[in-house]
Ligand binder design. Structure first.
Ligand code: BGC
Length: 753
């Protein structure tokens, strides 16, 4: 049987419409196995049009399209945003049908699960919505590192650590792509701030790039095999990433084996020709200027026929994988109810408990609760910008706790509903939307709080923070509490504690906030981040103990903002008056002077005290770690450790494997995360043996002088921790020296005068 017939039968078996492999008129049309023939049959204009995105109206509200070439059976394909779910318009003209999508937990919460399998389950459901709403590629996952907590898009990203980030992104990609639709890992690379994101030049050493800012992409590309990669807006060491051949071709394709397409982030830069030659296959969202530029360059020979055909071939290889090429008959009716259940479970498995003094939590569930904070009604499910998802409803904590049977102080609940209604009406009347991080926290008079303390059993305060694309967060009243929030917290703490009653804080925040100055005012802290449309139910289930929290921090919580090394060169505000355009420090260019000393790599090595360390998170139960076993093999080592639930309730534990390298050679962080594993739900007394594999390559550091990865010879300490500071047991292993040379193509960071 020939390949054409096999495809035909497969399509029929799968219940799909039959792929158009040969047109009715017997004309040449695109098939999986005739890409070269198609390229030979294409005119130069047709080839160029395939490299530039275009308009379309197949699915309202998507981010962009690739262009159709009808003559050759090349369909238009559809690209829409993520990462917390599919972003399309929920209502369409001429129909009452709605097209809502599920708002899943945001990436930072997913990373807090430390559970790639969970992430894959989430994105398997998410990818089904992509497929069933007629979209070919989800423009996600976002996976820039949390270099600094003020980056406005951190909620779309995973972690300060490249291994955790890379593993999460790879799982994300696998889940989506299982559905026969694609992903676009973004923003490649070093897009770590929103201020002047279109022009900022990230000046980063090769070592920091290789070990941190590219490492997570390397893992995602090698282990996830995404169909597409999105280059970023910014420059990297003086060149726009979309025009950086060393990055897009040498590193991404030649070194890592990427075989999909690279598309630009959404805008048109000056040098389209350079981008095309560099290996940026697709310009998005695409316009005529870009077509004209590429065409002129092909005609003048500046872009060679080989370069043009290489990019066209990449595009066609992508297109033949898409649902639109398969004529997939999408339903527009994904199972939103089932996906809501997935979203809730994912939030439950990821929520972090930071504090639980005197076993304040779990509550019994029948307490009278004084629920404070405007975020208790104006709940932050997702961040803003292209990462926003049009869900039908985002549950808030007030409604979730009520449904769960908690007896809320009704007067207080009514007060917050009214405050929210007034704030929303004011916004509407003024025709502007108040950015929630600046939305004033309504005050409650001390006398009223005292009454509430007398009439209720416990206080729960929900602190909200929102941010998103296009702007970074700020320190006052955002990273830090506002004066009103602080005063409220003090009054609540004083009034409830006076009567021997507890105070619980819920951090419904899109990014890290300062905690050290106020955490003594509360007895327990729950951190659900922005947990998606169902997250409030998950919070409520954690509060009443139906769910035992098992999330751990994917980044460090510092004591002060200025403790973070990159705070010295991260912009606070985009002040247009600072210097002349093109030469403003931290705006037009950012020197990554902290180099590899990001997050726990810095705090742990330099012994700087933190508020909560990387990898930290509490449980309602306790776990004992057995003596570990580390076995060296020809490829690295394999570690096993048995974890036993020694407490009274069922729970899950994340074991974090850190490695301390032998002294000598390159200066290295005191310890680095090299593997992790999470147990299943262990009943009290139950154990599970976890296995973690670390290769010699995983242990390597990057030596700029030789442009090589080097694994130093010697004895490595293998540390098994419940967090980066809470090391429960250790082992050692001896490794031989190994080297992997790579290309020196990323450029040097240039210091401007
Ligand atoms: C964002 C991308 C997004 C694209 C399409 C850009 O502004 O940076 O993350 O995928 O828009 O909406």
């Amino acid at each position: 049987m020939n390949k054409k017939n096999i495809i035909l039968i497969l399509c029929l078996v799968c219940g799909m419409a039959v792929a158009t492999t040969v047109s009715a008129q017997g004309k040449l049309v695109l098939r999986e196995d005739n890409i070269e023939e198609i390229i030979n049959a294409m005119t130069t204009e047709e080839k160029v049009s395939l490299l530039v995105g275009g308009p379309g109206n197949l699915v309202p509200g998507v981010a962009g399209y690739t262009r159709e070439i009808e003559r050759l059976g090349i369909p238009m394909t559809v690209l829409a945003d993520g990462p917390a779910g599919l972003r399309i318009q929920p209502k369409r003209e001429g129909t009452d049908q709605t097209f809502y999508c599920t708002g899943f937990p945001t990436s930072t919460l997913l990373a807090s699960s430390w559970d790639p399998e969970l992430v894959e389950t989430v994105t398997t459901a998410m990818g089904n919505e992509v497929l069933e709403y007629g979209v070919d590629v989800l423009l996600a996952p976002g996976m820039n590192l949390h270099r600094n907590p003020l980056c406005g898009r951190n909620f779309e990203y995973y972690s300060e650590d490249p291994l955790l980030s890379g593993k999460m992104a790879a799982a994300y990609v696998r889940g989506i792509q299982k559905n026969g639709v694609g992903t676009s890992v973004k923003h490649f690379a070093a897009n770590n701030q929103e201020i002047n994101r279109l022009e900022n030049d990230a000046r980063v050493s090769n070592r920091a790039l290789r070990e941190l800012y590219l490492k997570n992409f390397e893992i995602a590309v090698k282990e996830g095999k995404p169909w597409t990669v999105m280059s970023s807006y910014n420059k990297l060491n003086g060149e726009y990433t979309q025009q950086k051949q060393g990055l897009l071709t040498t590193v991404l394709r030649d070194e890592w084996g990427f075989d999909g397409i690279v598309m630009t982030d959404w805008g048109c830069k000056e040098n389209t020709v350079k981008a095309t030659k560099a290996g940026n296959d697709l310009m998005e969202w695409g316009n005529q200027v870009e077509i004209d530029r590429i065409l002129a360059a092909v005609n003048s020979g500046e872009i060679s026929q080989e370069e043009l055909d290489r990019n066209v071939s990449n595009m066609l290889n992508y297109i033949v994988k898409t649902p639109h090429f398969r004529h997939y008959n999408y339903s527009n009716k994904p199972d939103l109810k089932a996906h809501a259940a997935v979203a809730r479970k994912a939030a439950e498995e990821s929520i972090i408990m930071l504090k639980n003094e005197g076993e304040t939590l779990p509550l019994n569930g029948d307490e009278k609760v004084a629920l404070y904070g405007i975020a208790s009604v104006d709940f932050v499910g997702i961040g803003t910008g292209s990462g926003w998802v049009n869900t039908e409803h985002i549950a808030n904590i007030q409604e979730a706790m009520t449904k769960a049977g908690f007896a809320l102080d009704e007067n207080l609940a009514e007060y917050y509903r009214l405050c929210y209604a007034i704030q929303s009406a004011t916004e509407k009347m003024n025709g502007n939307s108040i950015d929630k991080r600046h939305r004033p926290e309504p005050t409650v008079a001390v006398q009223a709080i005292e009454r509430q303390a007398a009439n209720n059993d416990v206080a729960v305060f929900v602190l909200g923070r929102v941010a998103g694309e296009g702007a970074d967060r700020v320190v006052p009243e955002d990273f830090e509490l506002s004066a009103i929030e602080r005063e409220m917290l003090q009054n609540i703490s004083m009034s409830f504690h006076k009567l021997g009653k507890k105070v619980v804080m819920v951090l419904n925040v899109v990014g890290v906030v300062e905690t050290a100055s106020w955490r003594n005012l509360v007895d327990a802290i729950i951190l659900p981040w922005a947990p998606g449309q169902e997250g409030a139910y998950a919070v409520s289930n954690v509060l009443c103990g139906k769910v035992n929290p098992s999330g751990k921090l994917p980044m460090t919580f510092p004591i002060n903002y200025m403790d973070i090394p990159s705070s010295k060169n991260f912009p606070y505000t985009w002040d247009m008056t600072q210097g002349r355009r093109g030469n403003r420090k931290n705006v037009d260019f950012t020197d990554y002077t902290e180099d590899i000393w990001v997050g726990y790599r810095y705090f742990q090595t330099k012994n700087v005290e933190v508020s909560y360390p990387f990898g930290y998170g509490m449980s309602y139960t306790k776990f004992a770690y057995s003596k570990p076993n580390v076995k060296v093999d020809k490829d690295g080592f394999t570690a096993t450790i048995t974890v036993k639930n020694t407490g009274k309730v069922a729970g899950r534990e994340v074991v974090e494997l850190y490695v301390a390298a032998p002294a000598g050679g390159l200066e290295k962080p005191a310890r680095e995360l090299k593997a992790f594993a999470k147990t299943k739900l262990l009943a009290p007394g139950e154990s599970e043996t976890l296995t973690m594999k670390v290769t010699a390559y995983d242990l390597a550091s990057f030596n700029e002088e030789h442009s090589a990865w080097e694994t130093a010879a010697g004895t490595y300490q293998v540390l098994f921790g419940a967090s980066v500071t809470d090391i429960r047991c250790t082992a050692t292993c001896k490794m031989k020296a190994q080297f992997w040379e790579v290309h020196d193509v990323l450029g040097m960071p240039v210091a401007l005068p």
